[in-house]
Ligand binder design. Sequence first.
Ligand SMILES: Nc1ncnc2c1ncn2[C@@H]1O[C@H](COP(=O)(O)OP(=O)(O)O)[C@@H](O)[C@H]1O
Ligand SMILES: O=C(CO)[C@@H](O)[C@H](O)COP(=O)(O)O
Length: 498
Amino acid sequence: MTLVAGVDSSTQSCKVVIREASTGRLVRQGRAAHPGGTEVHPSHWWAALLRAIEEAGGLDDVAAVSVAGQQHGMVCLDESGHVVRDALLWNDTRSAGAAADLVAELGGPGAWAEAVGSVPVASFTITKLRWLAEHEPDNARRTAAVCLPHDWLTWRLAGALRLPFASWADAPPPPLDLLTTDRGDASGTGYWSPATGAYRTDLLKSAFGAVPLLPRVLGPVADAATPPPGGATATSATPPPSGGVTPSPAGGDGRTRIAPGTGDNMAAALGVGARPGDVVVSIGTSGTVFAVSDAPSADPSGAVAGFADATGRFLPLVCTLNAARVMDAAARLTGVDLDGLGELALQAPPGADGLTLVPYLEGERTPNRPTATGSVHGLTLATATPAHLARASIEGMLCGLADALDALALSPERVLLIGGGARSEAVRRIAPTIFARPILAPPPGEYVADGAAYQAAWLLDGEVEWTSQEAVGYEADPEPGVRARYAATRPHILDRPT
Ligand SMILES: Nc1ncnc2c1ncn2[C@@H]1O[C@H](COP(=O)(O)OP(=O)(O)O)[C@@H](O)[C@H]1O
Ligand SMILES: O=C(CO)[C@@H](O)[C@H](O)COP(=O)(O)O
């Protein structure tokens, strides 16, 4: 039996699944927590990956592995491949001012949408690099290469796979020119164009003042451990694949092969088997709403990020900063666990008798309100109950995602609900009332890690057919009053105190 492994190195944790390559059957799995905060030293991701691999029984019998990771995070490396400073994550909003400056400098949001498919906000790597150049010039000067979380883990793993597992913790960084990325993750940098498949080093130079070494952009079925042709330092992208890609032959040397990996949302699209006509709503640390598309997108309003996917297509996506952790916060406030929160929410009537929660607990990205805070409206003696607050928190979080669904401006055939927050029965039952359409909930699972595992199988065998378990459908009467009240309260929020 040939095995493949998929990794999801996301904001809160690292998950590893090991599956049978030919069928996708789950064989074993492991997970380990990441530290909190919006800046994290990448060594924590490496340590969590090793713990998760160990819990999953190791990779010795695994033929290929692939890493998917949280998008956008800025990982700066010096000439010897050592990390220059803690990585700034996608949900770190300190570069909001830099984002506004970059948008103005290029001539407005439309110019960015045309150049790279997205209008940069604080999440995008390019804005973090501008912030670094302005606030930490010494660190900027020491930065010889810039990459993303999944690029960094793939690079470390490609080097370590040649060594016994016991020495991985202290494995030295490989040469910088072995850094690779893929179209999906590259499309979240703000300096790579999904439409042309090329880096925009001119934009990077304007933002950062220099062009550090950038990872080679691999097609979906390349082996990330293969050195660049001629061992040359690579700063130019390979063109996007045009379909009909040829898998690499399985390695004959017994070594575990490593696929290019991708961003976590791109991997989720693969893992859940999203097809044109589907919209996927993912309730993780971030809330994301995305669709696979054959054509690149460029939304000058900035709401829809015009990403590439992991197969050679595109992935228009809307992202909110506030999703599953809104429920974590509400559970803390009401003194229950997450199951208890769901039970409470279902005890309150739809609309929570007017109690409305605007969930901008971490600031917000869509709409672009990086310094916003959350707010609760409609508090009366009658609505001051744990059940009303539980319902309002889930409805408020879902209203943010419903706005995201509207921004995508599609008429989906299916809406698929995934991510940690979708494990909540209350979320699955309330979602159709807010989205005003039925939803499908695939069985709870690790769809990002599964997508990565699928990519690893693809590297070995070409496009494989994995059967998926039946999704459960949820339908309910729409509650348009809830969204109307949310829309009325949404502008009435306070910014963080300075
Ligand atoms: N049964 C549940 N009900 C509600 N939320 C849940 C449940 N199980 C997990 N979660 C939430 O899911 C989140 C983690 O989701 P996940 O998709 O793994 O996030 P990420 O990939 O961003 O690290 C946590 O904030 C956790 O509270
Ligand atoms: O920034 C985005 C998408 O653009 C986020 O979706 C990150 O990719 C983090 O994902 P999770 O950790 O929430 O899965």
